[in-house]
Design a protein. Sequence first.
Length: 242
Amino acid sequence: MRYSMKTDKGIVRESNQDNCYVTLFDDNSCFGVVCDGMGGPNAGDIASGIAVKEITDRFVEGFNADTSMQDASVLLSKAIKKANLKILGLATATPEYEGMGTTVVAFVCRGNELLIANVGDSRAYFVGEGLKQLTKDHSLVQEMIDKGELKAEDAAAYPYKNIITRALGVDNHVDIDFYSYSFDGNCLLLCSDGLYNFVNAEKITGLVNDTDIDFEDIAAELITAANNNGGGDNITAVLVKR
């Protein structure tokens, strides 16, 4: 299993509120997480940092070669919920952190089995001949699309496209969406909205499939592409390939 990972503050933002992590296990299973913080430069960074650390620590501690994917789902759910409560507790106790929160998209893969967990609008994709979105955003725009109030092709230009409807650190309870896929010849991409809002599907696919780029450098190339298109948000990309 190989991976490529990079995060960047972009051109416009003064700080980076994104955080990410990837680890490989002895049996070549892989776990990774991307979080996009909100609530101001300091608070957003703290929220996403707590989420990545809590989720990673708890999941890695409990996961081993004998863990089934069903058990991994339970383990990941508990880890995300613990992170949610820790962020909420700090936000409640510390006035300057009031309102902070974070998205999370995380995965674990073993062989051809892939499990993805999602809260918010950070995304997972398969990148092959094209780009296939594997998660569904928890956002105002997505709700409007589902209700037929907004066309999907108009979503990118919608003025309130950054409003999310689920996040860690907002409430005692958090709903987590889980997805199971067969992980075959495609490349898995996890990213924050700073990537997909600034780099189109054709460009992402082209860079990921460019054999002249070392796989470990692809995340950096994607971030460069986002910055070349304005870099208006923090940018994170994690790619995994068997």
